[in-house]
Design a protein around this ligand. Sequence first.
Ligand code: ADP
Ligand code: MG
Length: 478
Amino acid sequence: MRKKHAEVWERCLKVIKDNIPFQSYKTWFEPIEPVNLEDDVLTIQVPSQFFYEWLEEHYIGLLKKTIKKELGSSGRLEYSVIMDSAYSDARPYSVNYPTTDKKATKNNPVSMPIDLSKGNARDILNPFIIPGLKKIKVESQLVETYSFENFIEGDCNRLARSAGWAIAENPGKTAFNPLLIYSAVGLGKTHLAHAIGLQVKNNFPDKTVLYVKTDQFINQYIDSVRNNNQNDFIHFYQMIDVLIMDDIQFVAGKEKTQDVFFHIFNHLHQNNRQIILTSDKPPVELKGMEPRLLSRFKWGLAADLQVPDLETRIAILQNKLYKDGIEMPYEVIEYLAYSISTNIREMEGALISILAQSTLNKKAITLELAKQMIDKFVKNSTREISIDYIQKVVCDYFSLPLEAINSKTRKREIVQARQLAMFFSKKHTKNSLATIGLHCGNKDHATVLHACRTVNNLVETDKRFRVYVEEIDKKLKL
Ligand code: ADP
Ligand code: MG
């Protein structure tokens, strides 16, 4: 004899089937098991918390109407949720709402603490993976040259790099989930994100890794809405083991995309899959983001990439030249690294221009050629002159070693060079007095202020000194 709950649910399904697309019905209603009917409360079992949330968000109206029709106005629906993976010992987990309410109350759905020490994810029934779909090979879209091997380590990237390395050893199982890498443009976010993906592929060839630019993701989503196959879109993303989303700031203000990404994120995270995001801002500064999404970005680790110091910039250039089998005088490399300090991509662009020029004109790469090229390059990119560069020009001008600026010595000519470096840093950069002081011999802001006054006084009273200042200024602007 058929149980009453099964009969009731079957009648509900008939109504539901007539009201939604067949694919949606198959995806969201076929996996549901009716389990009980008591006092006009029908309990249905759903395969995961996400599934429950999805039903509530998308089909609550239809469900309410249907239940009311079958069980009368006292009818209620109760969910029994099979808990996802390692989040709770208590299962099944019941959530219920009265169908007569105006608005369903979500009974505090799974905001359970995440215990990372429990890494033993149980393989649960996953309703989102259409049988057979899992076998499709996902092209990772990773760029081979953006490897860890080619990612030079420095103070500027140590935290992000080592977190990335740890993730590649153990994707989804470290505390760095999600990993959010942020920095200004051209400082290596995309490179590092690829490096992690490539390394996961090395360590775990069977894992499905996907790199996607956020604007691609947005367009795919829009297409899926247009073609009415959003479920396929979601299924696809939910089967990824390591999802890398580059430039996540582009979802700002895109509510629908954020919504769908939220669900994908939850599913992946709950199943111990790894999520890696990059952004041009720290999470707190991301505007136009849904708070619930933003709060999830903060679950793992947010690590920034800083502007690399001079040694790291030189090492990056040397590595690049070495890989390409090209030789270049050290002074040219050094000059390049000095001149372009805030954006590695620009620095590489200048290197390529120099190489191209020297090949085209069949000229040897000399410092002279490099200077000409960089001048052009720099003018085009309205670069800001850096403190490093100013120090270099000042020291060159007086034939002093660069270390002199940072030394403790009180020799008159060195004190003067240091003061000039401070003066020009104030004039040509946007750095604060404190920052300038820090980089010019570890002095405080008052010393910088004093230096600026001294230089101004001397310019007015000392003719020879004025010539120095004018000449250095010209060199800086070359
Ligand atoms: P972002 O995504 O932050 O704008 P990219 O990842 O595109 O920056 O990096 C710009 C360029 O700088 C790339 O060619 C990249 O290979 C290079 N680059 C950045 N950081 C490093 C590094 N630490 N070592 C070597 N190359 C780097
Ligand atoms: Mg990038």
